[in-house]
Design a protein around this ligand. Sequence first.
Ligand code: SAM
Length: 218
Amino acid sequence: MTTSQPDFETYFHERASRFAAFYRSEPVARLLGRGPLFDRLRGTVALVADLGARRVLDVGCGSGPLFAPLARRGVHVVGIDPARAMVAMASREASRYPGMVRVEERGWETIEDEDAYDVAVALGVFDYVGDAAALLERMARAAPHVIGSFPSPGVRTQLRRVRYGRRGVGVYGRSRADLVGLAAAGALDVADLIALGRAGHLAHFSRAHSPETGPPSS
Ligand SMILES: C[S@@+](CC[C@H](N)C(=O)[O-])C[C@H]1O[C@@H](n2cnc3c(N)ncnc32)[C@H](O)[C@@H]1O
């Protein structure tokens, strides 16, 4: 297992079942204010479908809530996560879709692929990564399209920062302007920015095309 943020990994290793339980019932999750977990899954599946993607890298896949909706649409998924307890649950979920989903126990810092995927997704991961540009860069090298969820700065994120901070885990809010800046720094465009209410945004980045070559034809 490789990660430069052992506290982020440990936090979710120790709380894997508790976190996965939010996906058991959407109505209950919504009552608890966790509805955006479902909104970001649906938003991601819709974007992946619109792009006609066939290969998806799911970074920080957790228990694998994206596997079923993608595999059922014929999309191959590789899920990576360094937290052993998450990988155990994700592997069980992957076994329901033979030949469609593979799970690997490793962190985003190990992503070395170039154009191996159509889309790289990270839901609930940028929240805990201080160097968002480094994560975005690796994902954008692995795939021409990147989808990520980002909490907004504000009171809610401040409160999470205090709560997680007690466990040594950082929480980072990013505004729309921050996301546009992140994209520009990585030679990417913000292709879509979907509001997730109080939970922030789902951002779709795509590789920027130069004015000389114009937009891609497909
Ligand atoms: C909030 S959970 C989100 C899980 C899943 N993407 C979802 O939407 O339910 C964050 C996940 O990131 C994982 N994680 C921790 N450190 C990581 C790293 N270095 N690289 C990739 N994922 C990491 C955690 O183990 C956890 O499963």
